[in-house]
Design a protein around this ligand. Structure first.
Ligand SMILES: Nc1ncnc2c1ncn2[C@@H]1O[C@H](COP(=O)(O)OP(=O)(O)OP(=O)(O)O)[C@@H](O)[C@H]1O
Ligand SMILES: [Zn+2]
Length: 664
């Protein structure tokens, strides 16, 4: 019988569901904007055991919405502080915190399978995809959520029953052709991307090729210009070597704001339909720079003049160069040169990018932007809205009740059928598989009540819409796959053993297929350099998985995911073997999923908390169409305790009203 602190939750949910929730073990990945809200909800609902994983530490800019954190927590682990703060709300809940990356191999399939539900509260696609994959492998339900500004989204994912995170394509990342950025900018964003992904990285970072904003797909059409641009980058790299010297700022300035511009200007064809750029002159600007206000860089709302930009450029370049020199001097290993990365909250890097972007804009006759605007644009910032995170987190919990009901239905029916089968063993023997099928049916029925929920602005109001869950996409490269475990003696087994013996001989693969690890391609017919390497040399250790993609023209099979179980096998045994021969169905013919040509769905770059799934029109429907009931607030006293339907009732016992939220 629930008492005290449990009473409200128990009466709202019904004592059976609430009792199960108290025994539930859940995992929450990410303790940021959504995570803080979600953890508070989970703790107050009474989920018995909550594990939190977050790799990050608390930053000043988190405090406005991540309310479990205070000023004194800055630089401390998000996971640990979230545990401390939320633990105080309900001492009956056990919380475990890990300051770690969820992709760490210690969080393996066996670890994931210990949870009843996993909640994603992440901000990037890569981590989301990883958790999606792990939950599929461990057969644990996943509640995926994301927000961008006023938009929020929650998706329930269950292996074999619903779409997974990768069943639908994601929006392509925002990128620009290299030539637009390097030769023919026409908008402020082009100059900002140039300053951040080209100039800054060439001088202080690694290489421009790493920048996701740069799209190289049109390179072959502009071969000559791309060659010129490559030479320019090389020349800039050489200038980088004189960092710290007196003439360094002038060398950089003359290179990128004068010489490169004069070269571009000389290409008359380029400027027939565009305004030609005008180079800037260092000496002219230097003469005027003494007149610039000292604190100009702090005036972040104003558009700076050319001289003001020049002053901020010089000053930030000096600060960044000094930092590089200091890091170099303090570095233990003298060989590798230090690098800096752009961070919107690192004022030196922001000043440099803002001033450089504006100087380039001036050259190309493009309107300048304030430092404040550039911070938003360069940081891909869509402001995080605390209320969106709070609403989204609460929807996650409402959906988790439906999942828990499905888990309960399965458990209860399973126990009942097992009892029956043991009691009346000879007469009404219920076979193991029949029990499995029946309990699975009970689970499916219940989980079908879960919904995909969208939150969107509607004028000055917020609108919630729902959509039924879709079945898995039969062409999904992540969930519509065959899986198996292989035992591997990692020091003896080579990639060739896998390709020739296991895949070709035992499983009948033809010529056209590829072997891929999380890190990328290991083998295909054109890439055979790794064949003689052992699994150990390739870093394929225990719990890693590899994906075999069948590229046969006819009769290609679905992707095969092989989980590695590392074992020392005697020298007389094969160094690699299957534990069980997997059934690998053929790929369906029609391919409804749009892909980018390498069997991976098109992806978003996961801005802010990254709305989870771009492929829906759910936001366009009205609340009525979506089946939302008008009557959100009901009369006091209508308590749905012990009920098995899907009404959620929040009961306020203090005689001041009962609010009943029907989320069907
Ligand atoms: N691979 C990962 N493993 C563990 N935690 C992760 C991983 N990737 C992201 N996270 C965490 O997910 C959380 C996402 O929260 P949120 O989107 O609010 O991000 P933030 O960095 O706190 O804020 P913002 O990006 O808006 O400045 C962050 O705390 C982040 O550290
Ligand atoms: Zn899928």
């Amino acid at each position: 019988m629930a008492t005290g602190r449990d009473k409200h939750a128990s009466r709202s949910l019904g004592s059976t569901l609430h009792a199960r929730i108290k025994r539930a073990r859940v995992l929450m990945v990410g303790a940021g904007g959504i995570g803080c809200e979600l953890l508070k909800n989970l703790v107050l609902t009474g989920f018995g055991e909550i594990h939190i994983v977050d790799l990050d530490t608390i930053d000043l800019s988190n405090l406005n919405r991540q309310f479990l954190f205070r000023k004194e927590h800055i630089k401390k682990s998000k996971a640990l502080v979230a545990k401390e703060s939320a633990g105080k709300f309900n001492p009956n809940v056990k919380i475990e915190a890990y300051h770690d990356n969820i992709k760490d191999p210690s969080f393996n399939v066996a670890w994931f399978s210990k949870f009843d539900i996993v909640f994603n509260a992440l901000d990037n696609l890569e981590a989301r995809r990883h958790v999606n994959k792990m939950c599929l492998a461990a057969d644990v339900p996943l509640i995926e959520s994301g927000t961008t500004g006023f938009n929020g989204q929650v998706q329930v994912i269950q292996k074999g029953k619903t779409q997974c995170y990768d069943c639908t394509p994601k929006d392509a990342p925002k990128s620009f052709p290299v030539c637009t950025i390097r030769s023919t900018p026409s908008q402020p964003i082009h100059c900002i991307v140039w300053a951040k992904s080209y100039l800054f990285t060439e001088i202080f970072g690694t290489s421009e090729d790493d920048a996701p904003e740069l799209d190289h797909s049109e390179d072959s059409e502009n071969r000559k210009e791309i060659e010129n641009l490559r030479n320019e980058s090389q020349a800039l790299k050489r200038i980088r070597e004189s960092m710290g010297s007196e003439e360094f700022p002038k060398l950089v300035f003359d290179k990128v704001f004068k010489e490169d511009i004069e070269r571009l200007r000389s290409m008359e064809d380029m400027w027939r339909t565009r305004k030609a750029p005008n180079a800037l002159h260092y000496e002219d600007l230097l003469k005027e720079v003494t007149g610039v206000e000292k604190n100009i860089a702090q005036k972040d709302q104003a558009a700076w003049t050319v001289t003001e930009n020049f002053a901020v450029f010089l000053h930030s370049l000096r600060r960044l160069s000094n930092r590089m020199e200091e890091t170099k001097a303090n570095a233990d290993t003298g060989n590798s040169s230090p690098i800096l990365t752009f961070d919107k909250d690192d004022v030196d890097t922001l000043d440099f990018v803002a001033a450089s972007a504006n100087l380039r804009s001036i050259i190309f006759g493009i309107e300048g932007r304030s430092k404040f605007d550039i911070k938003q644009m360069a940081g891909n910032i869509i402001p995080a809205i605390a209320t969106t995170n709070a609403m989204t987190a609460s929807i996650c919990v409402l959906q988790s009740f439906k999942v828990m009901r499905a888990v309960m239905a399965k458990d209860e029916l399973g126990a009942k059928l097992k009892d029956e089968s043991s009691e009346k063993s000879s007469k009404a023997e219920v076979k193991e598989e029949q029990i499995e099928a029946k309990t699975d049916e009970a689970f499916s029925q219940k989980i079908s009540k879960a919904k995909m929920v969208f939150l969107a602005p509607n004028g000055t109001e917020r609108r919630l819409t729902t959509e039924g869950l879709s079945p898995p996409n039969p062409c999904c490269p992540v969930c519509s796959v065959a899986q198996s475990t292989i035992v591997v003696d990692a020091n003896r087994a080579t990639l060739n053993d896998l390709v020739e013996d296991l895949l070709r001989l035992q499983l009948g693969y033809g010529e056209e297929f590829s072997v891929n690890s999380e890190a990328g391609l290991l083998y295909d017919p054109e890439e055979d350099a790794n064949l003689n390497k052992t699994f150990a040399e390739l870093g394929l250790n225990n719990d890693a998985s590899i994906t075999i993609i069948d590229d046969a023209d006819e009769g290609a099979r679905v992707n095969l995911v092989l989980h590695i179980s590392e074992q020392h096998l005697g020298t007389e045994a094969k160094p690699i073997d299957l534990t069980q021969k997997p059934e690998i169905p053929l790929k369906p013919k029609a391919a409804p999923t749009e892909t980018n040509g390498d069997s991976r769905p098109i992806v978003t770059n996961g801005l802010t908390n990254g709305v989870t799934n771009g492929a829906t029109n759910g936001l366009k429907r009205t609340a009525k169409e979506a089946g939302l009931k008008d009557e959100l607030v009901r009369k006091r006293g209508k308590v749905v305790a012990e009920s098995d339907d899907d009404d959620f009732v929040i009961v306020d016992d203090a005689n001041d009203g009962v609010i009943c939220i029907d989320d069907d």
